[in-house]
Write a protein that binds this ligand. Structure first.
Ligand SMILES: C[S@@+](CC[C@H](N)C(=O)[O-])C[C@H]1O[C@@H](n2cnc3c(N)ncnc32)[C@H](O)[C@@H]1O
Length: 224
């Protein structure tokens, strides 16, 4: 392991993660992209936790002006090499190094669950979005995280979870979250919730104890 902190863990397996992107989470990607039912042409777009920049490239090709924020140096380096037409900056969702009201659209896919402070990420996203700006976010479902808690299973506690993905070749460690951390009073003060979807995607996340449970949720929300 090169680095064991949770926000830098992708430095250890950025290559294997990138090379499996095409086969990962078919349902998650489908639900996420279905939710982008509006034009990105000329929009100032932010991707929080952009990984290797694959989605940023899609937003840019759809006409957007794209910035990706990412804490993993290795992901950042490969994103910069692969997609020089997008801008990539180092940072975490809890402390976005960006100006207030500077984006028309914020995307975030499978990243916010990694944060130890989800409410702070949600308020940072609200801060950088313009009025009437749109957020489309996919995050790990709190029920999946509850099932993946390693010990002392407690829905209301930030326990460490382990997601064994790609047939156990990657073990991701993340703090668990409750729905209340995403959808608290601050969220509804800042956003109108326009859409909500939840589903499961077992090729990437191993099925636990044979249970059918939601593995991700997607929201679309408008900044008030
Ligand atoms: C499962 S990957 C998803 C990457 C990309 N969004 C995608 O869909 O392929 C999770 C990403 O979140 C990043 N991440 C980890 N901690 C974060 C934090 N506190 N704030 C923002 N991003 C974070 C990771 O480095 C990684 O790139």
């Amino acid at each position: 392991m090169k680095n064991e902190t949770i926000d830098k863990q992708y430095n250890n397996f950025d290559d294997i993660y990138s090379s499996n992107l095409a086969v990962q989470d078919a349902a998650g990607n489908r639900f996420f992209y279905q939710t982008i039912d509006f034009s990105l042409e000329g929009k100032n777009i932010l991707d929080v936790g952009c990984g290797d920049g694959t989605d940023c490239n899609f937003y840019q090709k759809s006409g957007g002006i794209v910035t990706g924020v990412e804490p993993s140096d290795d992901f950042l380096n490969s994103a910069r090499k692969k997609y020089p037409q997008c801008k990539f900056i180092i940072g975490v969702g809890e402390n976005l190094p960006l100006n207030d009201s500077s984006f028309d659209v914020v995307f975030s896919k499978y990243a916010v669950q990694t944060s130890p402070e989800v409410p702070r990420v949600m308020s940072e996203i609200a801060r950088v979005l313009k009025k009437d700006g749109i957020l489309v976010m996919l995050s790990k479902h709190p029920l999946r995280q509850f099932m993946e808690q390693n010990a002392d299973k407690n829905y209301f506690k930030n326990n460490i979870t382990t997601s064994n993905i790609y047939d156990g070749r990657i073990a991701l460690h993340e703090p668990s979250h409750s729905f209340g951390e995403y959808f608290n009073r601050g969220f509804f003060d800042n956003f109108d919730l326009l859409d909500y979807k939840e589903w499961y995607d077992f090729p990437a996340s191993e099925q636990i104890d044979g249970a059918i449970h939601p593995t991700f949720f997607v929201i679309k929300a408008r900044r008030r």
